[in-house]
Design a protein around this ligand. Sequence first.
Ligand code: SAM
Length: 269
Amino acid sequence: MNYRHGYHAGNFADVVKHIALVAILQHLKKKDAAFAVLDSHAGRGRYDLGGAEAGKTGEARNGIARLSGMSGAMPEALATYLSLARQNHAYPGSPLIAAQLLRNQDRLTAIEKHPEEFAILKDVLVPFRNAVVENADGYARCLKLLPPPARRGLVLMDPPFESPDEFSALAQALREGVRKFATGIFLAWYPIKSQAEADGFTGEVLAGGVAKALVVDTKITAPEGKLGSAGLLVINPPYGFAAAMQDVAGAISPRLDTALTVQWITGSE
Ligand SMILES: C[S@@+](CC[C@H](N)C(=O)[O-])C[C@H]1O[C@@H](n2cnc3c(N)ncnc32)[C@H](O)[C@@H]1O
């Protein structure tokens, strides 16, 4: 477990993932009914972009740094994301973004295996009474918690891709997750080093039986780090999510110098 998200926080792929997370949570909040968020690989929750890790890679320079000056009319999810990124004095990770958007009736379970990252996450989430942090293996613990009592919500799976079998482990976890929580929204992040590998992964997930899914692919023209392209697989995307992400793409792609595509891979709205 050598991966540290601090080296990559706020890069182009993090930005797109976190805006998608905000868009999904905004949709869930349209109904009063409570929802659950499960974040299987939560990270430490807050990242100092002026610190040693971020400074070493400089990846945020081609990500959040290019958007932070945006103002005026913009898609709702982007506006909310930028306001959270500005409020926190350090870049917010997925569990902090989720915790800040939950209402009293909603619940967040954030799972992180690395002891040091977990210790920081625990501190970061202290102010949020409806957030629970767990030091455990992300896939196993998350699957045990499905379906959540609220029977509506989001499962975010954002593993580190350190091990060669991560695609297969993620695909298996998503298939099992969908089997246990068929109406849930699932958001999974993956690197695209080969399109064939990415297609193989999404194909394996769909073969488990998924009615609706889309992918959001982001390719950056001049990457700062090793990663030039990343994908999000969204299972059971909420109504309007695809259009919302298209609008986001129009607003951020010119600034990030990325090509951002949203494509249904099974079903449609
Ligand atoms: C890509 S980062 C997560 C970033 C976070 N979701 C965000 O968007 O802010 C992956 C995290 O998974 C953690 N991790 C590694 N192996 C794990 C495991 N088996 N279970 C849970 N977390 C794990 C790493 O320590 C790292 O913090």
